[in-house]
Design a protein around this ligand. Structure first.
Ligand SMILES: Nc1ncnc2c1ncn2[C@@H]1O[C@H](COP(=O)(O)OP(=O)(O)O)[C@@H](O)[C@H]1O
Ligand SMILES: [Mg+2]
Length: 293
């Protein structure tokens, strides 16, 4: 929906994009791409590799200038803001980041406070409290004095998330926040996002790969297909169909009810079976999982 055909009863959302053309040099990733991020939603973007999810997120955060079209933040073209002003309103966790060599966890997370600093403003008790709270929420407080370079991929991912949380913005754009994390930490990070969404009314936009996690956590699901095209969006329970998954991901599947939450649960069609080599078999998955449970 564009500004021109938006009914008066439907106010503009805080973050939206109109008619974007997104390109890298000669490569155009998307044309005519429009998206409205519902205020206070937990929006999840899914789609196959290279379809343009990260590109869209970086454009929404003003890290990539659209070749055409416009991103609007709080009613004004995002390009019209000072960068510090954008960073006070929205935070981006990019898909990959490199920490300055030798920096400690505490110092990196503290960099999240830069939009709140100024020439005349000293590091304050509020800054310190925000950094400690962000490290506590992501479980990295005990790593505060460790060099970021020495951490595992999963620990590092939580440190970057911590830095974005320390920014204390009410809009959070998170590109694959669960990558590198074991399953328990994935759930922890998604639960934290859900809590920020539910308790503080934050607007969360997260790119996820796990369709079932997407359906569990999203209040608004956006499905992208190659070419930066939005194939479907809305409530996960109406959007997530077997036809859509096969169409967009090329994966035959069934959709059943998640026994825990009642949200859509995508079960891929069974793979072709190959006979087991009994000499090298150290245990079928069903016997191993049964032993450990
Ligand atoms: N910095 C870049 N320079 C050139 N091409 C890029 C760059 N980043 C991404 N691309 C290309 O843009 C397309 C979309 O990438 P991306 O948005 O990262 O996809 P996704 O996040 O959905 O996996 C891909 O074809 C990718 O190769
Ligand atoms: Mg990506």
């Amino acid at each position: 929906m564009t500004a021109t055909n938006r009914p008066a009863s439907c106010p503009a959302t805080r973050l939206r994009a109109e008619n974007l053309t997104l390109s890298y040099d000669q490569r155009t990733v998307a044309t005519g791409l429009g998206v409205d991020i519902p205020d206070h939603s937990f929006t999840v973007i899914i789609g196959p590799n290279a379809c343009g999810k990260s590109t869209l997120l970086t454009a929404l955060a003003r890290m990539l200038k659209p070749r055409a079209g416009q991103v609007y933040l709080d009613g004004a073209a995002i390009a019209s803001y000072r960068s510090r002003e954008v960073a006070r309103r929205l935070g981006l966790l990019p898909q990959s980041s490199t920490a300055p060599g030798g920096i400690t966890v505490g110092d990196l997370v503290a960099r999240g406070r830069y939009p709140h600093q100024g020439l005349l403003k000293q590091w304050s008790a509020d800054d310190e409290a925000a950094v400690v709270e962000a490290m506590r929420q992501t479980g990295v407080l005990e790593l505060a004095d460790r060099p970021v370079d020495d951490l595992s991929g999963g620990q590092r991912q939580r440190v970057w998330l911590s830095m974005v949380l320390a920014q204390q913005t009410s809009i959070l754009l998170l590109d694959e926040p669960t990558t590198f994390l074991d399953i328990a930490h994935q759930v922890e990070v998604l639960d934290l996002c859900a809590e920020l969404h539910a308790r503080k009314g934050h607007t969360i936009v997260a790119v996820l790969h796990d369709l079932n996690q997407a359906c569990r956590y999203a209040t608004h699901l956006i499905v992208m297909r190659p070419g930066g095209v939005i194939a479907a969006e809305g409530d996960p329970s109406t959007v997530m169909t077997a036809e859509l998954v096969e169409d967009v991901f090329g994966l035959p599947c069934r959709i059943i009810d998640d026994p825990e939450t009642g949200t859509p649960l995508m079960v891929p069609a069974a793979p072709k079976r190959y006979p087991l080599d009994t000499d090298t078999d150290t245990g079928t998955p069903s016997t191993v999982m049964a032993k450990t449970s």
